[in-house]
Design a binder for this molecule. Structure first.
Ligand SMILES: Nc1ncnc2c1ncn2[C@@H]1O[C@H](COP(=O)(O)OP(=O)(O)OP(=O)(O)O)[C@@H](O)[C@H]1O
Length: 305
């Protein structure tokens, strides 16, 4: 049986009134020859939240995560991390951030031992016991050149580097893409410990929905350059339904319950709407109207079409 441990340390966060770890306002960014990848995007993440970021290939998840960390400059808008501008981070702010990029950015000619020694010199806080424990548990050869490590070993090393200074905000861009199932489980366990021990705020993108279902209390969907939907998973399960029926029937239900239509699709003989209902307002069964609860994968498929 799969163990589910949905994480959110919001209630346990030591400073509930602290500045949000992430506050993005009005972000706009486009690459030459493309339409906007981020289009007036607003997003706020609270201390201790664990947010899984979903979106189709090319939706802009990497671009968004890089922009949040100040690694890309938006053409409009701004990001504040713990109340400081992401584009001009102080050393103190840098020390609070951990990042696992999608593409490994480790130095190929270093050995893992040299790499970790190098990074240790930049951080006032460095958890040697955690690093040693993970290096041996995840069986990373300490003295082999990084270029000679497998993709999965490099990814594990990148995760260790990001966790080593006990960051307060951890941003991970598809951190498990190269990991085998055991590696993914180890990684998720580590993430769980990090959040439970320290109230770390975590944002991670992944296409492996079963992982999200196990650990991410909050889910955010990036679509059309915006966070199209963000909510705790249990709320999504309770409040979001797929309605199939004629347009007048769907209009009537949505109007009566003051629901929010998240996505509409027209089929030849019916309409297919993804709808979020206010608490307790799911419509009772009625003729000519199909009303379905969706798992995360089906929700993703509906939102992404
Ligand atoms: N440096 C760049 N120059 C031009 N276009 C880019 C650049 N980086 C990304 N893009 C484009 O921006 C869009 C968003 O890319 P991004 O990598 O952020 O998507 P993603 O959601 O992370 O995708 P995936 O799930 O495949 O990793 C894509 O259309 C991509 O082709």
């Amino acid at each position: 049986m799969t163990q589910t441990l949905m994480l959110d340390a919001t209630d346990a966060a030591p400073f509930p009134l602290a500045r949000p770890p992430v506050q993005a306002m009005g972000l706009h960014l486009h690459f030459a020859g493309h339409g906007p990848v981020l289009d007036n995007l607003d997003w706020q993440i609270q201390p201790g939240q664990v947010v899984g970021l979903l979106g189709r290939n090319g939706a802009g998840k990497t671009t968004l995560l890089e922009t949040l960390l100040g690694l890309r400059e938006p053409s409009l808008g701004q990001v504040q991390l713990f109340g400081e501008p992401a584009l001009q981070p102080s050393d103190a702010l840098r020390a609070r951030l951990g990042y696992v990029p999608q593409q490994s950015d480790l130095f190929d000619d270093f050995t893992p031992e040299q790499l970790l020694r190098y990074f240790r010199s930049f951080y006032p806080r460095w958890n040697e016991a955690k690093v040693d424990g993970l290096m041996s548990r995840w069986q990373i050869p300490v003295n082999r050149r990084i270029a000679r490590l497998s993709q999965g070993q490099q990814q594990r090393l990148s995760i260790i580097r990001a966790l080593a200074h006990d960051p307060d905000l951890l941003v991970l861009d598809e951190p498990v893409a190269s990991l085998d199932p055991l590696g993914r489980r180890d990684f998720l366990r580590e993430l769980v410990e990090q959040v439970l021990d320290r109230g770390t705020t975590v944002v991670f993108s992944t296409h492996i929905l079963s992982d999200l279902e196990r650990v991410a209390f909050n889910i955010a969907f990036l679509s059309g350059g915006k966070i199209a939907l963000q909510a705790p998973q249990d709320q999504l399960a309770e409040e979001v339904r797929l309605l199939v029926g004629s347009e007048p029937a769907l209009q009537a239900v949505v109007k009566a319950s003051r629901a929010q239509v998240l996505h509409r699709r027209s089929l030849p003989s019916s309409q297919r709407w993804l709808v979020r209902f206010p608490e307790g307002q799911i419509p009772p069964p009625q003729a000519g109207l199909q009303c379905e609860a969706l798992g995360l994968e089906d929700l993703f498929v509906e939102l992404a079409q």
